[in-house]
Design a protein around this ligand. Structure first.
Ligand code: SF4
Length: 230
């Protein structure tokens, strides 16, 4: 609602700045790989990442305990992890391609991170906290893309570079099932009805709902009251 209906620019956070720069770097590597059939060198990726992160950090307000150099160091480690361990075995067929279709009678569109030459959807992301499996929202997202991407087989993988005690690459595979498709077919019309009725429930119980992860936290408190956790 804040972004698409009220047109409020996402103020961003350190986590979103890092995530966006990471995402752009990985996409840049695979876009080039479609043309050249090889990954960029790590040095080229790190240079791209540094520039991307610099641009992102110009627009966000950091919390007191967040420092640009620490973010840069963490991000570089994450990029190196992904480029060295995940990228070599991925053969991209399409990167950041726009797809659209109809799910449960609702028009749906989005951008697929990566479709490989075997018709598998691969989503790559960074996370500053450990992850357990594929979160519910992400499962719905991958299911949706599998349903509206013509060359997709239904096989998907979520690659997450995450920061625990050390930086780790976690790869989780998902084969979209009939139950997943049925759930999407049911949920989309319900969400569309809510939007048409102007019903936008804040999701304060979401693991991403905090001042650290949601740039809209201040406007959300103003709109709905309550307190968004630190
Ligand atoms: S602060 Fe929480 S409920 Fe509000 S917009 Fe962000 S994630 Fe949603």
């Amino acid at each position: 609602m804040f972004r698409y209906l009220l047109d409020i620019k996402d103020p961003g956070t350190a986590a979103t700045a890092l995530g966006t720069a990471f995402h752009q770097t990985i996409a840049h590597n695979f876009q080039r790989k479609i043309e050249t059939a090889r990954d960029l060198s790590l040095a080229e990726c790190l240079e791209f990442f540094r520039n991307a992160l610099g641009r992102q950090l110009e627009t966000v307000r950091l919390q007191k305990d967040e420092h640009p150099m620490e973010l840069l160091e963490l991000g570089e480690t994450m990029v190196a992890k992904y480029i060295e361990e995940a990228a070599p075995s991925i053969q991209p067929a399409a990167v950041e391609s726009r797809v659209s279709g109809v799910i449960g009678g609702v028009k749906v569109s989005g951008y697929v991170d990566l479709l490989d030459t075997e018709g598998r959807l691969i989503d790559s992301k960074s996370s500053t906290k450990p992850i357990k499996g594929i979160a519910h929202d992400h499962r719905l997202q991958l299911t949706s893309y599998a349903m509206i991407t013509p060359a997709a087989t239904g096989n998907c993988r979520l690659d997450t570079v995450t920061k625990g005690k050390t930086v780790t690459l976690i790869q989780k595979s998902l084969c979209v099932s009939e139950k997943d498709r049925q759930y999407a077919e049911v949920i989309y019309p319900m969400v569309q009805d809510s939007i048409c009725e102007g019903i936008f429930l804040p999701r304060r119980s979401s693991s991403l709902c905090s001042r650290r992860y949601c740039g809209y936290w201040a406007v959300c408190e103003k709109e709905y009251g309550g307190s968004v956790r630190e």
